[in-house]
Design a protein around this ligand. Structure first.
Ligand code: 5GP
Ligand code: MN
Length: 362
């Protein structure tokens, strides 16, 4: 089995295993290897409304563990968007909302659970209770700020551009580069691409490009992945985007801020499908000077909010403090405190004068 390969030096190169007090642990790789070796029934879970990094990292790890001949499955809290329904292994994914009984039984039977691309159970909605009750050992792999402490082992780094980057390191650390085939590479490339705005954010490092180089050397074609993810819009999705930009975008130069909001009615008008609004939050950044963007959408009994910033303004803290959310310094999500779109926007607007200095700073 590939797990027996001894890769020397890896622990020192990537000392990202941390214990619950966030202290780096150099001896965790052998511990991780041993834990994996004795685990037979493995479950991988990722966050609610899974994105490219959530699905890419989960399915990369899934395809790898299948190669190690483990019983493994991926459970998502709800359905994931259509533009990811080509990722290798995606047909085996079990959305909890679609098959609660099967998900519950797989979790109950598992001896090891990977939690990928999130770091507190509230990000799992109903599925969180099943994890809380489970006796299985948990391994957290994530790059979001302020992780909770439910895991036996954490491979965590807020500097990583994506969870896929961390999963790449884990797989290579356990089994060497050769085990990464075109299927695993496609999953990892997708998550790195979608979490970095197609490799443009400052989270992208020389190491990220070395990883990408390794992925492309499996024969993967970048144009295929980009087309599969980004060139699959329906006509109504493109029209929804046009509507957002021409009719719904509000720009406030005094705060270098812009926001877009959509009511449930508006979403219905454009035959909204899951994932259709993803990425719209970023468009106002194309306007010179804009440093803070927000996107509000109404539906499923909540007001979902996305925040994005450029520079030092920390939207993770902003979302945590005011809108029941969190995420990264420059990209976070949250929810309205009441199920009322207008009131939520009003709350947001009232906060802008308080944060003006921070937004304009750099
Ligand atoms: P998005 O705006 O695309 O939904 O989320 C932006 C980032 O923030 C993603 O990395 C996502 O995982 C994270 N995020 C979104 N919503 C929440 C939330 O409610 N809590 C936390 N902790 N993170 C969130
Ligand atoms: Mn991510």
């Amino acid at each position: 089995m590939r797990l027996d390969i001894n890769i020397t030096g890896f622990e020192l190169k990537y000392p990202k295993f941390v214990n619950q007090n966030q202290i780096m642990q150099k001896d965790s790789f052998p511990k991780f290897r041993a834990l994996l070796k004795k685990s037979e029934n493995i479950v991988i879970v990722t966050h609610f409304n899974p994105d490219g990094d959530a699905m890419g990292s989960s399915l990369a790890l899934y395809n790898y563990l299948v190669k190690l001949e483990k019983n493994v499955c991926v459970i998502t809290p709800n359905e994931y968007p259509e533009f990811l329904h080509w990722l290798p292994g995606h047909k085996k994914v079990i959305p909890y909302t679609k098959n609660q009984k099967k998900a519950a039984s797989l979790i109950a039977k598992s001896d090891l659970i990977f939690t990928l691309d999130f770091n507190n159970y509230s990000r799992l909605e109903g599925l969180g209770d099943l994890l809380k009750d489970s006796q299985a050992k948990k391994i957290l792999v994530d790059h979001h700020q302020q992780p909770d402490t439910y895991a036996t082992l954490m491979y965590h780094d807020v500097k990583a551009c994506s969870t896929c980057e961390l999963v790449y390191e884990l797989i290579v650390g356990l089994s060497g580069k050769k085990i990464i085939d075109k299927d695993i590479a496609a999953c990892l490339y997708t998550g790195i691409m979608t979490d970095t705005g197609s490799f443009r954010y400052d989270s992208v490092t020389p190491e990220t490009h070395l990883i990408l180089s390794g992925l492309l050397s499996t024969g993967l074609k970048p144009s295929d992945i980009h087309a599969a993810v980004y060139d699959t819009y329906s006509e109504s999705r493109v029209k929804l985007l046009g509507y957002c930009l021409s009719e719904k975008m509000v720009v406030m130069p005094e705060f270098q801020t812009a926001y877009i909001s959509l009511s449930e009615k508006e979403l219905q008008r454009f035959s909204h499908q899951k994932g259709d609004t993803e990425g719209i939050v970023n468009y106002p950044f194309a306007i010179k000077g804009i440093k803070f963007c927000a996107f509000f959408s109404e539906g499923d009994g909540k007001i979902k909010i996305s925040f994005r910033s450029k520079g030092d303004f920390d939207v993770n803290q902003f979302a945590r403090k005011h809108f029941n959310g969190g995420g990264h310094i420059n990209a976070a999500g949250g929810r309205g405190n009441v199920y009322d779109l207008k009131k939520t926007i009003h709350e947001f607007l009232n906060l802008l004068p308080i944060y003006k200095k921070e937004i304009l700073k750099k």
